[in-house]
Design a protein around this ligand. Structure first.
Ligand SMILES: Cc1cc2nc3c(=O)[nH]c(=O)nc-3n(C[C@H](O)[C@H](O)[C@H](O)COP(=O)(O)OP(=O)(O)OC[C@H]3O[C@@H](n4cnc5c(N)ncnc54)[C@H](O)[C@@H]3O)c2cc1C
Length: 466
């Protein structure tokens, strides 16, 4: 029987894994491999929180493969060299993988594919991470989209997606061994990750259970509930989707198969968010410079403020004196995740009230989010800063007080993450200065009204230059 390497990357699942299924269907003995090569992702090497997730996700994948009779071979080093070494060791005649779209990885994978084929080794890459490949969706002029609504209209025509592929029922055993998981040194050296263990269960099985729970629970009220950080109104599947523990096809299938018309309508707002996920990848693929540069070139000369390290640190650690901002940043630090509405509020505070370059926020999120994803993070920050596709106009500056009062009306989200304010009644919790301040909780690090006016003045200078 011939042997093939199945190179796992951000597709850490066995069901609906086109690369694994194709290797099995071709009659090969598949050797599942994961190669740890963070240096190849520079300058966006995986941050600390995603490394934590990856550690546990690899453990779960190895257990799933073991249950089918196979084993996950872990390697570290340069990917091309490690693949060559494994091909020589196993006599593999083919390598199968599922595609990724980060600019550095697109370049690396293209070079690996060319190298393998040049040496007579079959190289097969598959679509597994998105609703549609970034190059499949084009506007009427054959160009990539820069605005979400028409993109979504086009993407929606791909739904319903084909049925997910079933997991193989068994895999042929192999004798190849790799390095120990601990030698990848993915877990943080300090105990900042303690809260992650209670908040998350990485792995495909947990992701499927979470999807089920969401489908029979919060989905019904998702259109309204998704904006409320004080309630469990969203799926929290972002890290599982990032690492491919679950595929968009599995998600869409769970929500749409055998669904009544009414159930389909309920699922639409959720599928639209998966559309945003695809849109982020579409933008990243077609405009790879946007990980550092504004999509809208008019923002290249925007007068960002000079960073005051004390203020930046107050934002990072939830000590700005603005309750909803601090609650969000502390949720992030404690659990590796933050609610989408609050991500927008804290990002607006950083890029507009503090007027710091969005990259300062993007880099902090990169290190602290368990779902840190180059496509979604770049898109989220550029959108909030006003320099991205479909961006909220720069002059639309979130007021964190009214946002807090509207989306956390009883103050329970703030109470949970900012215990110093827990005793305040709802009418004061988003403005503790209205009761003369609270001992142990900082005064606001800036004046919201003045900083808003300064941001608008900077923006109007930019407009004059356009
Ligand atoms: C400044 C900023 C930074 C962000 N950084 C990231 C990031 O690094 N990784 C990340 O996955 N998301 C990011 N987002 C998008 C969004 O906040 C998260 O995807 C969402 O909060 C995840 O929670 P959920 O799984 O419960 O979402 P749900 O509401 O249940 O949505 C379902 C899925 O759709 C996708 N999705 C939802 N909203 C968006 C969105 N606005 N853009 C792209 N995809 C979306 C996610 O994969 C999510 O899991 C960012 C948003 C902002 C404003």
């Amino acid at each position: 029987m011939s042997t093939a390497l199945v190179w796992f990357r951000r597709d850490l699942r066995i069901a609906d894994n086109p690369a694994l299924c194709a290797a099995v269907a071709a009659g090969h003995t598949p050797i599942p491999v994961y190669i740890h090569a963070p240096h190849e992702e520079q300058p966006w090497e995986p941050g600390a929180a995603t490394r934590w997730w990856l550690h546990h996700s690899l453990l779960a994948l190895a257990a799933d493969l073991k249950a089918l009779g196979s084993g996950l071979v872990l390697c570290r080093g340069d990917t091309a060299l490690e693949l060559d070494r494994l091909i020589e060791q196993t006599g593999a005649c083919a390598v199968y993988w599922n595609r990724m779209y980060d600019p550095a990885l697109v370049r690396r994978d293209a070079s690996i594919k060319e190298g393998l084929r040049g040496r007579g080794i079959e190289a097969h890459s598959h679509a597994a991470h998105l609703i549609a490949e970034p190059w499949e969706i084009k506007n009427g002029s054959g160009e990539p989209y820069r605005v979400f609504t028409p993109f979504w209209r086009k993407l929606k025509t791909c739904l319903p997606l084909p049925e997910p592929l079933p997991a193989p029922t068994s895999l042929t055993p192999h004798e190849v061994s790799g390095v120990e998981l601990d030698s990848l040194e993915l877990l943080p050296r300090i105990d900042w990750d303690q809260g992650f263990y209670g908040a998350w269960s990485p792995g495909s099985e947990a992701a499927r259970e979470q999807l089920d729970e969401f489908a029979i629970g919060a989905l019904e009220n998702y259109a309204q509930g998704r904006d409320r950080p004080d309630r469990p109104g969203t799926s929290r599947l972002s890290p599982a989707l990032h690492f491919g523990e679950i595929s968009p096809r599995q998600v869409a299938d769970r929500l749409l198969r055998k669904a009544s018309l009414a159930q389909r309508e309920l699922a639409e707002p959720y599928l639209r968010e998966l559309g945003w996920r695809d849109f982020g990848h579409h933008l990243l693929y077609h405009f790879p410079h946007t990980t550092e540069q504004p999509l809208q070139s008019s923002f290249a000369d925007f007068p960002w403020a000079e960073v005051d390290p004390a203020q930046l640190s107050a934002w990072q650690r939830g000590r700005t004196g603005i309750p909803i901002v601090d609650a969000g940043m502390r949720q992030l630090w404690a659990t590796g995740w933050m609610h989408n509405r609050v991500r927008m509020i804290v990002a607006s505070f950083l890029t507009k009230n503090l007027r710091y370059h969005w990259l300062h926020g993007a880099r902090w999120f990169w290190d602290t989010l368990v779902d840190a994803d180059l496509a979604a993070n770049t898109q989220g920050w550029q959108w909030t800063a006003g320099s991205g596709a479909d961006a909220a106009p720069y002059f639309r500056i979130f007021n964190p007080i009214t946002q807090g009062e509207r989306f956390d009306p009883l103050g329970s989200y703030v109470r949970k993450y900012v215990p110093e304010l827990a005793h305040l009644p709802a009418e004061h919790i988003h403005q503790p200065w209205s009761v003369g301040g609270v001992r142990g909780y900082p005064k606001p690090i800036l004046d919201l009204k003045h900083s808003r006016e300064a941001a608008l003045a900077a923006y109007s200078e930019l407009r004059k230059g356009i």
